[in-house]
Each structure stands twice: as structure tokens, then as C-alpha cells.
Unconditional design. Structure first.
Length: 585
């Protein structure tokens, strides 16, 4: 039945009103204080009795959320927070169909359909209960789920799965009785299979298990970092920073969190990413003992996350972060740390682009530089355009270049210098897309000590890697196992552990924690392949302590101890060169 004429007319008026509000508020993104603040406040208050189309609601939501992160004064912040709560109620009344512009928007009151790891799914079920369930469509959850189901039923039950009287959804609903939801039952049944975490993760990934989450407090609309003093944006945005000065600025002590505070930060980070259908290992497998919150200038918070011992990478260390401004999460990413080298990835959420991107990026680098004692940053080509059309379109390469990053490839470095000179010499000139794509053939690097001295590197000096290449190390180890053990990996691991135990005097190994023993055994083949009998006892003791720390309570200890072992780094570099034998074979 069609709605009454009056209702349809009113909807058109509301839509027109909201359509008139979005562009003016967006135009004020770079204006602050005085008249600009008054105009923002009037616009936000004017929307308090208006609705609009789903597309307009989403655009308006993002502009108001930007005002929360960059408020001119307390009145603008309070009005923006009230308006966001109103929008959450409006969004809930909208359709949650997957064709709606609000679906997967992360806005409170809407739904997210996504695929996550079983660990994150378990957290979602525990935290949000029946708001999270399998994404049923027409009584099923996809062919892959149908193939998984016989593993979850008892053997005598499996014939019942062929019944024509029940859909898969019907059967699971009956089976899940007493578990709260089909998803909770699924996770419980998978646990009974007693799979290793790695196999369980791959099982879920292979079966495309999608869930649907009705967003509430875990949305990007409402998720906030812990209370802190408000930073008021009364002056123009800071668009450029002198990165060397930022990196030199002493990092304050982290906020004292305790276990409950660490758990709260982890919950905030997981909700921040999951509401956007995203996930990272340091957040999903966050270690409360290695969760740090740094409260920085200009309303910026940086939360750093280490990974639980059982989930850590075998050689390098992966530390993640989520950043907030005035308590509003605005960015996430991570850094892979190895011998003082950190390959960094920073993702600014789309609704906050056009803000103080350089400030946020600089503060993230500052946190990693000082907390993990990083001496060299690397940026993967995806960040500035490889298989990333948006990064090419925005000229992201020049964002890094202006901060002091340069290509690791000397020829591309010289090309970049020439192109940058052309940009300055020709007002209005923009680098062609084909040139920007050429730059993606190389990573970018930043020499931290040089940047802190206010110096710019030259292509004549070139790029000097400070950590062994992990790809080459992996290939070299494959060749070593082939040469010395004829490919028998069990024998290689067993013999390597025994040798390293003896060489590094690990007599108390059995008294170590299980995670310390696991980390040690994972690294033993690499340590055995690179061991030098000429090493002094002090070097052997330091290496033993470093390898033990890989599975310790805080992986940062491992990352820092490695940096004090130049002998081990040199041995790894020499060993990595043997990878060529594997390639040539």
C-alpha cells in the first residue's frame, strides 16, 4: 500500500532540508573558531528535526562525526554528539537491506555483513550477544557452510541434514537450542574438533562464513576512547609538519591502564575495526600485558598493541595501533619491526581525510620510533599506489616524499627529485598517473637519525637496509634443510633445538613457560643455521635471552634485545645470501 500523500510530501521536504545542510557543513571542514563555529552550530541544530534519504543521512553523519574529532568549542562538540545519537535512531528505522547505502556503513542502528576470524567472532558473540548471528539468506548460509555442517553434527545426525522439510537455517536453529544463537553454537562445535588455532583460522577462511551484526554501541557513530581533555580547534588545521622535530619530541609515559583498562582499550579497537568490516592480528589477538595508551598533543591518542605469544610471527614482530582524536577513532594500522627496521602501514578512515593527516601520521611514527626504538621506516608500495587507484588519484606518493621518505631504488629516487622540482617550477602541474605508478616499483624509506638531524638524504648515498630480508632468509633456510637433512623438517627442527640448547647454554629450558619454549623452538633452526662458534660467551647469553623473549610476556623485549646483537644480524645477512642457491636450483 502506498503511504499517504502527506507523508510522502513531508519526506521530500525533509530530504531537501538535509540536502541543503550537508554541503555547507562540508565546506566548513577547514574553517574554525568565531563565525565558523557559530555557523557549524546552527547547521547541526537545524538538522535536529529532519530526516532525509539514506545516502544523505550517511553523508551528514560523516560531516558531524568530523566535527566531533575537530570541534571548535564545547558547544559544537556537545551538539555533534547529540546529533549522532539522533542519527542512530533514524538509521535503525531505515532498511537494513544489503542494497541500502547504510548497509556496511558502520553507523549505529545499521547492519554490517562481514567475514571474521573465529577469535574475533567469539569476542563479538560475548560482547554483543544476539546482535551478532550468521548471515542467513533464503534459509541458508552459502554452499561452503553446507559442506562444513556435517563436521559439526554428530555422525548419526548427518542423514537428517538431507531432509527436505527443514532448511539449513531451521536445522541449525533447532541444533543451537540452549546456545543463544546459531553463531554461538557454531563456534562451540568447532572448538570440540580440537583443531590448532592456525587450522581453525584456515577452516573459517575457506568456508566464507559471513555474519550479520546489528550495530549499537560498537558502531563508528558511538565508539570512543577513554575520557581525556578536549582539544579545541580554534585555528586552521596543521597541514604540514617537520617530521624530524616530531620524532625528536620525547614521548610521554603511557597512561597507567591496569588489566581492566587494557581490556577496555582492546574492546574499543576491535569494535572500531569490526564496525568497518576490518580486522588486524594485533587487535584481534591483542595481548593485555602489551597494550599501551599514549596521550599526546592536539587531542591525539595512540593505542599500541602487541600480540599474544601463541599468535606471534616466527621472526619479526608485528605491533598494531589505533589512533583517536578527541576520543574519536580516526586511523589504524601496524608496524613490522625487525632489528630497528619498521615497515609501517597507516590507514586513515575516509571520513577524516582532509583533516590533520600529516599530524596523525607523524605522531604514529613518533610512538613507534621511541617505544620500539625504530631507526628506519619502510612504506609498502600499496600505501602510495600499487594496486591502489585512490592513492594514485590523490598523489599519495608526494605525501610521503614531503615528509622525507625516498624510494629505495636509486633511479626512482632521482626521478622523484626531478619530478618534485618540476612541481615547484610549474604552478598547477600535477604528476601524471603513469609517473606515480612508476614509483610503486620501489618501497619508500626514512632514515630516522638523519631526519632527526634535519637532514635530507641524497641518492648518491643510497639506501642501506638495516635488517635482513625475511624472504631471502626463508629461502635460505629451505636450502639449508635440503642440504643438511634431505628435506626432513622434523629431523631438522629436532636437531637444531638440541644444538642451540647446547651452544647457547639453555639448561633451564624446561623451566621456561610453554610460550617461551614455543618461541625458542620456532627460531631454533634459523639460529642453528647462522650460529658462529667464534661468538663470545656474552654474545651467546644475549642471543639466548633474545630468543627466549620471543615467547615472553612482552614481545617488545625481543625486538629491543635483537637490536643489541649486531653479531647475529651480520650472521643472518650472510646466511640470507645462500638463498640464491635455492633459486638457481
Amino acid at each position: 500500500m502506498k503511504p499517504p500523500l502527506l507523508a510522502r510530501s513531508t519526506h521530500r521536504v525533509y530530504s531537501a532540508c538535509m540536502r541543503d545542510l550537508v554541503p555547507p557543513l562540508a565546506a566548513l571542514r577547514r574553517e574554525f573558531g568565531g563565525p565558523a563555529a557559530a555557523r557549524k552550530l546552527r547547521l547541526i541544530l537545524a538538522a535536529s528535526s529532519r530526516a532525509g534519504t539514506a545516502r544523505l543521512l550517511r553523508a551528514w553523519h560523516d560531516e558531524v562525526l568530523f566535527c566531533c574529532a575537530y570541534p571548535d568549542d564545547p558547544a559544537v562538540r556537545r551538539a555533534a554528539e547529540r546529533e549522532l545519537r539522533r542519527l542512530a535512531l533514524l538509521a535503525r528505522a531505515r532498511t537494513s537491506a544489503e542494497t541500502s547505502p547504510l548497509h556496511n556503513s558502520g553507523i549505529a542502528g545499521t547492519t554490517v555483513t562481514a567475514s571474521f576470524s573465529p577469535d574475533l567472532l567469539g569476542w563479538l558473540v560475548e560482547r554483543f550477544g544476539p546482535a551478532v548471528n550468521l548471515a542467513w539468506e533464503d534459509g541458508g548460509a552459502g554452499t561452503a557452510f553446507e559442506e562444513l555442517l556435517p563436521l559439526l553434527a554428530l555422525p548419526p545426525e548427518t542423514d537428517g541434514l538431507l531432509s527436505q522439510r527443514l532448511t539449513t537455517e531451521d536445522w541449525v536453529r533447532h541444533a543451537a537450542s540452549g546456545h543463544g544463537s546459531a553463531l554461538a553454537w557454531l563456534l562451540h562445535r568447532v572448538e570440540t574438533l580440537r583443531l590448532t588455532p592456525e587450522v581453525r583460522d584456515r577452516l573459517f577462511a575457506a568456508h566464507d562464513l559471513f555474519i550479520r551484526w546489528q550495530l549499537g554501541s560498537g558502531s563508528r557513530t558511538l565508539t570512543r576512547f577513554p575520557p581525556r581533555p578536549l582539544f579545541l580547534q580554534r585555528h586552521p588545521l596543521t597541514r604540514h609538519v617537520v617530521l624530524g622535530e616530531v620524532l625528536r619530541d620525547p614521548l610521554p609515559r603511557p597512561v597507567s591502564l591496569g588489566r581492566l583498562g587494557a581490556d577496555e582499550i582492546i574492546d574499543i579497537a576491535r569494535a572500531t575495526l569490526a564496525a568497518r568490516a576490518r580486522e588486524t592480528d594485533p587487535v584481534t589477538f591483542a595481548n593485555p600485558a602489551e597494550t599501551k595508551l599514549f596521550r599526546l598533543e592536539r587531542g591525539v591518542d595512540i593505542a599500541l598493541f602487541g600480540i599474544q605469544p601463541a599468535r606471534r610471527l616466527p621472526i619479526e614482530s608485528y605491533f598494531g595501533f589505533v589512533a583517536a582524536r578527541n576520543r574519536v577513532p580516526i586511523a589504524y594500522g601496524g608496524g613490522w619491526v625487525f632489528f630497528g627496521r619498521c615497515e609501517i602501514g597507516v590507514n586513515l578512515f575516509e571520513e577524516f581525510r582532509g583533516g590533520e593527516s600529516a599530524v596523525i601520521f607523524g605522531q604514529v611514527l613518533r610512538a613507534y620510533r621511541q617505544h620500539y626504538r625504530v631507526r628506519q621506516f619502510l612504506v609498502d608500495p600499496y600505501q602510495f599506489g600499487k594496486d591502489n587507484t585512490e592513492a594514485i588519484r590523490s598523489g599519495a606518493f608526494w605525501f610521503y616524499y614531503r615528509l622525507g621518505f625516498r624510494p629505495t631504488d636509486t633511479a626512482l629516487w632521482r626521478l622523484a627529485d626531478q619530478e618534485f622540482g618540476r612541481i615547484h617550477a610549474q604552478p598547477g602541474y600535477r604528476s601524471p598517473a603513469r609517473t606515480l605508478r612508476r614509483f610503486t616499483a620501489s618501497k619508500l624509506f626514512l632514515d630516522v637519525p638523519l631526519a632527526e638531524q634535519g637532514k635530507t638524504p641524497s641518492p648518491e648515498r643510497g639506501w642501506e637496509p638495516i635488517a635482513p630480508d625475511l624472504t631471502e632468509l626463508g629461502l635460505a633456510l629451505t636450502g639449508w634443510i635440503e642440504r643438511h637433512y634431505q628435506g626432513d623438517r622434523e629431523a631438522a627442527a629436532r636437531d637444531a633445538t638440541q644444538r642451540v640448547n647446547r651452544w647457547l647454554r639453555a639448561a633451564g629450558l624446561l623451566r621456561w613457560t610453554p610460550s617461551e619454549q614455543q618461541g625458542w623452538q620456532r627460531l631454533a633452526p634459523l639460529a642453528a643455521a647462522c650460529f658462529r662458534s667464534a661468538w663470545a660467551g656474552s654474545v651467546r647469553d644475549a642471543l639466548r635471552d633474545a630468543l627466549r623473549a620471543k615467547g615472553g610476556q612482552r614481545e617488545r623485549d625481543y625486538a629491543l634485545r635483537l637490536q643489541r646483537l649486531p653479531e647475529f644480524r651480520a650472521a643472518l645477512e650472510t646466511f640470507s645470501r645462500t638463498a640464491r642457491q635455492v633459486v638457481s636450483a
